[in-house]
Design a protein around this ligand. Structure first.
Ligand code: ADP
Length: 544
């Protein structure tokens, strides 16, 4: 409780400092005798300050603080008291109106520090809130001017509004993205670009700005196209940083009478046009980044749902397998009994009886495989693992002998790993059985189990000379019930998912890829090494 109060007070202190800084920067941008500042970052900061607070109770302190700074800074900097009152109250009304509108139209923004880029709908809601909320504030301010007997032109009101909208969008969106990045501690999902591309992006922007300055051609109007590139490839925070970088460049160009906005009427109009341009560049990039992020989130959701469904299916199937074991044994033993009885007296055998019994036996054998695979899968997930030293060479030899495949399987590399002997046996059993099964008719299987030490692990590769796995299937074959070949190769589609589970339970990862030196597949995974390890320098033929 105390820690939370300290954290809240710390955040408030941080916002206060930033807000003071924003207000000072704003006042410093006043030109000539006009009381309106050209930029007003403080309003955007105040919005973030209020919408990120966990409860509206803390507003009882926050809002008076914002009001006080809004009043003090202009007075300290020498503005008339009546104008200060009008500007401070209009800013406060704008901030409160934007906060209210954000809560209505972009309800997730700010909650737990979520930036407006969480989805395109949130983003549009946020833009609308900034625009409408700022209009309310400016209308209030214009009325205040009128009530104080001061004059303000229509151009002045429009500039005021535009300035506030731009400030709100640029400053609040960027500040929220920074808050989000700090809270997360890692970059957002969905960005797929590297450092070289990032350097190219900023390089291209710099080239446009300098090109504009050097050639007198306003080529920096092309900045929105660079923003499209940023939005479709980079995280929203990078997009915002890029837009602000370009924005400062545009402001600099405008100040030195270059760029697309130089010499367009008064300073105020020029700066407003430049600000609108910056805000537009930012919005283009952020909307694109938001769309890309929400698509990535949707895909992740769908994948998670699919996983959950297949998990439920597995749980159900495991229970069913458990219950099927006994009746299946009964069918198997009665079938064997029937076969013996009929075989004992061939004269009394009805025609086709042996074929029918063989059919029953085939079907029960398939069912037995499914039941066994499901129970093996359950064991791979639920079994409390033992930690023992497992001799890989002996294990592979045993498994090979079970499949009458002595001489077809070779081991190579470290002999021992640490793990659960039952699970590790199941892993090698599945892999060797598959390597013997998925082979072209007439080909002799040739299987190598090669291993080596790498970073405190034993990396094992099971290499076969079989029919291989179709392109694009090397990852999904590890999902339960997924099969990449037709029913001429019998199977349940559970073996590899069980294998990966076993490897994961030993702290490793497993993948499959095509063999480079000929047809066949490589299954690669890693297991914990045995404490005392011995290496096998040469290929060793497994004998039973
Ligand atoms: P199954 O019971 O179908 O063999 P697995 O989970 O063991 O189930 O394998 C999933 C799919 O991966 C198989 O149906 C097959 O299409 C493919 N596969 C597995 N091992 C191999 C291999 N050694 N060579 C080629 N394809 C394989």
């Amino acid at each position: 409780m105390r820690a939370r109060a300290v954290r809240l007070a710390g955040t408030r202190g941080g916002f206060l400092v930033l807000y003071l800084l924003g207000a000072a920067i704003g006042r410093a941008s006043v030109v000539d005798i006009d009381p309106l500042a050209l930029v007003w970052p403080a309003a955007g900061l105040a919005v973030v300050w209020l919408i990120t607070r966990p409860s509206t109770r803390s507003w009882l302190i926050d809002i008076p603080m914002i009001t006080l700074v809004g009043l003090l800074v202009p007075v300290v900097l020498g503005l008339d008291v009546d104008v200060t009152l009008v500007l401070a109250s209009s800013n406060l009304v704008a901030v409160l109106a934007v906060v209210y509108a954000v809560r209505r139209w972009s309800p997730e923004t700010g909650q737990e520090g979520v930036p407006p880029t969480s989805s395109p709908t949130e983003m549009f809601g946020f833009l609308l809130a900034a625009t409408v909320g700022s209009l309310v504030g400016v209308a209030f301010g214009a009325l205040g001017y009128w009530a104080a007997g001061r004059e303000i032109s229509v151009e002045g009101v429009v500039v005021w509004w535009g300035r506030n909208v731009c400030g709100m969008i640029a400053v609040s969106a960027t500040a929220l993205l920074i808050v989000d990045r700090v809270r997360r501690g890692r970059p957002e999902a969905g960005a797929n670009s590297g450092k070289a591309e990032l350097a190219l992006l900023f390089g291209a922007t710099t080239a446009l700005l300098l090109g504009d300055y050097a050639t007198e051609l306003p080529v920096s109007f092309l900045l929105p196209t660079v923003a499209v590139w940023a939005g479709s490839r980079f995280s929203p925070l990078v997009v915002a940083a890029h837009a602000l970088f370009g924005g400062f460049g545009i402001l600099w160009l405008t100040a030195v009478d270059h760029g697309p906005f130089a010499n367009h009427g008064s300073d105020r109009t020029t700066i407003l046009l430049a600000q609108l341009f910056i805000a537009m560049t930012l919005v283009i990039g952020l909307v694109l980044a938001a769309a890309r992020q929400s698509r990535a989130a949707l895909q992740a959701d769908l994948l998670a749902q699919e996983r959950e469904q297949s998990q439920e299916l597995l749980t159900f199937a495991r229970r069913a397998a458990h219950d099927l074991r006994n009746p299946l044994s009964v069918v198997e033993s009665w079938t064997a009994e029937l076969y013996d009885t009929l075989g004992a007296d061939p004269d009394r055998q009805p025609p086709g009886a042996t074929t029918m019994i063989a059919g029953i036996e085939r079907a029960t054998a398939r069912m037995r495989t499914l039941v066994d695979d499901l129970l093996a899968d359950a064991a791979a997930r639920d079994r409390a693992p033992e930690h023992a030293v497992v001799d890989l060479q002996a294990l592979v030899a045993e498994v090979a002998a079970e499949y009458d495949a002595e001489g077809l399987v070779r081991t190579h590399g470290p002999r021992s790993v640490t793990g659960d002997p039952v699970l590790i046996r199941q892993l090698f059993d599945n892999l060797i059985a598959n390597a013997l099964k998925y082979i072209r008719a007439g080909d002799l299987p040739d299987i190598t189990i090669a291993s080596h030490h790498q970073d405190d692990r034993v990396v094992v590769r099971a290499i076969d000379n079989g029919i291989g796995i179709p392109d694009g299937a090397h990852e999904w074959i590890f999902e339960p019930f997924r099969r990449a070949h037709d029913d001429s190769y019998p199977g349940t589609g559970l073996g590899l998912s069980t294998c990966r589970r076993i490897v994961e339970r030993h702290g490793g990862t497993m993948r499959a890829y095509p063999r480079e030196d000929g047809p066949g597949t490589v299954f690669e995974f890693d297991l914990p090494p045995a404490q005392a390890t011995t290496t096998q320098p040469a290929l060793t033929e497994v004998s039973a």
